[in-house]
Design a protein around this ligand. Structure first.
Ligand code: NAD
Length: 479
């Protein structure tokens, strides 16, 4: 499938006619070409967004809301087609794309379509001074949205929907590794009646297309999700232009298990929080810490369950673990397994590539559990972002808190316990933007989403996202 840029409501080839191969991770074959857009394409996208801004920013909230909800409904109507496209592009099981990725992309549009009708700003009466202040929340103008490959349409729309709801026009770039569902979204937007130029989607490499977006002097805000190193580069580039930035970056999240938890629930959820989406979710609990009194039991039970996971072609119904997203990523994850061995980690299960019959060149890897003897080893400190977890025992709350916080990241943490005092204490002390207690990845779209430390700056979700995509202005009236 060959894809094109979506600019001013039309599909078009990149101006310089530069193209990239798009790979199917399930069989390693090239199945299409995607534009590698230059700054010329980004400029066209910007101009189209700029022309649309005046009218879109003046469009009533009811009308914006109606269009966003229509996009949501059309995504739902096209669930199967989008799920299959996402799976083919990314390697994830179709069942996962169908139950998580695409429904969530639809929810993003529905949620922000509704949220904008409830969004309001503050007023402050200056008592005794006969003055009233009120805050205007105005759209920023043209904003840039850049997203990664792990949850392609899910994260792409998580940015676009609030940006549009708040009255901005958008120049957006999905990951060059997984661009197809973003391309398909263009048609849906046209069908839903989104005016031309309000959303523009340009495809290409980070260093060419992405760079042109972040460098563009008139794209006033950048909402980015991706790796920490890229986030740092974006911050450096954008800061001298005083752009507003939201950066959602990497994670190395602790999953802390106390002996007093609901064991079965914890065990089943821990399998999911370790290996869902081939472990390629920024929220995966990739460092498992288990209270020593249940450590040996957990080790036996967890490894037994992990061994039952089926690695296979993404479209097979029995597949739990599909293909990793790309050959370079597969190599990176394998390198970390070798590093673990060199650092005297013990591979308790997995660790090898899997050959799936009929798809011998696909990027398949066994779910891998590594027992580590120190939390300071590289596999316990660096983001692997694949089907690999580490595990080790702990003795006290203080010990595990120290280890949990002793990484550069701070995105999410999971805590398994039925002790209320401990829950309150640990939730306060964990350095993370999100703490899940006795659950994992349970999402309410109204809540603030994001990380601390090297996991990013700013929060997405709910009114936080609408605040990011608007500029507050204080108006003071003396009467
Ligand atoms: P990446 O940083 O390589 O790429 C992300 C996006 O940035 C892509 O669209 C890419 O083309 C673009 N990009 C790259 N260089 C750029 C540049 N110089 N200027 C502008 N854009 C540029 O990340 P990835 O490999 O696609 O995704 C994996 C990473 O994303 C992991 O670190 C993961 O933890 C992180 N992630 C974070 C969250 C979160 O919410 N915090 C969610 C999902 C993924």
């Amino acid at each position: 499938m060959n894809i094109q840029n979506y600019i001013n409501g039309n599909f078009q080839n990149p101006i310089d006619d530069q193209w990239l191969d798009n790979f199917n991770p399930a069989n390693g074959e090239v199945y299409g070409q995607i534009p590698n857009s230059s700054s010329k394409d980004v400029e066209q996208a910007y101009q189209s967004a700029k022309s649309a801004f005046k009218q879109w920013s003046q469009t009533s909230l009811e009308e914006r809301s109606r269009i966003l909800i229509k996009i949501s409904e059309l995504l739902e109507d096209n669930l199967q087609r989008f799920a299959e496209a996402e799976s083919k592009d990314n390697g994830k099981p179709v069942s996962l794309a169908k139950s998580v990725d695409i429904p969530r992309a639809a929810s993003n549009f529905r949620f922000f379509g509704n949220a904008i009708t409830q969004f309001s700003s503050e007023s402050h009466e200056s008592v005794g001074q006969q003055a009233i202040n009120y805050t205007l929340r105005q759209p920023i103008g043209v904003v840039g949205c850049i997203s990664p490959w792990n949850l392609p349409l899910y994260l792409f729309t998580w940015k676009i929907a609030p940006a549009l709801a708040a009255g901005n026009c958008v120049v957006a770039k999905p990951s060059e590794v997984t661009p197809v569902t973003a391309y398909l979204l263009g048609d849906i937007c046209n069908e839903a009646g989104l005016p031309k130029g309000v959303l523009n989607i340009v495809h290409g490499l980070g260093v060419s297309t992405g760079q042109a977006i972040i460098e563009h002097p008139d794209i006033k805000a950048i909402s980015f999700t991706g790796g920490t190193a890229t986030g740092a580069h974006i911050a450096k580039t954008a800061a001298p232009m005083f752009k507003k930035l939201s950066l959602e970056l990497g994670g190395k999240n602790p999953n802390i298990i106390f002996a007093d938890c609901d064991y079965e629930d914890m065990l089943n959820t821990t399998v999911r929080s370790s290996f869902a989406n081939q472990g390629q979710i920024c929220l995966c609990g990739s460092r498992i810490f288990v209270e020593r009194t249940i450590y040996e039991q957990f080790k036996v039970d967890f490894v037994a369950k992990v061994k039952q996971l089926n690695v296979g072609h993404p479209s097979e119904a029995h597949t739990n673990i599909g293909a990793l997203v790309s050959k370079p990523h597969l190599e990176k994850v394998k390198d970390y397994i070798n590093i673990a061995k060199e650092e005297s980690g013990t591979v308790l299960c997995g660790g090898n590539e899997v050959v799936v019959e009929g798809y011998e060149n696909g990027y398949y890897l066994e779910p891998t559990v590594i027992e580590v003897s120190t939390d300071e080893c590289r596999v316990n400190q660096e983001e692997i972002f694949g089907p690999v977890v580490t595990m080790m025992p702990f003795d006290t709350e203080d010990d595990v808190l120290l280890m949990a916080n002793k990484v550069k990241y701070g995105l999410s943490a999971t805590l398994w316990t039925n002790n209320l005092k401990r829950t309150m204490h640990m939730s306060q002390q964990l350095q993370a933007g999100i703490v899940w207690v006795n659950t994992w990845m349970m999402r309410d779209l109204r809540t603030p989403f994001g990380g601390v430390k090297a996991s990013g700056v700013g929060r997405e979700g709910g009114f936080e996202a609408l605040r990011f995509f608007t500029e507050p202005k204080n108006v003071c009236i003396k009467y």
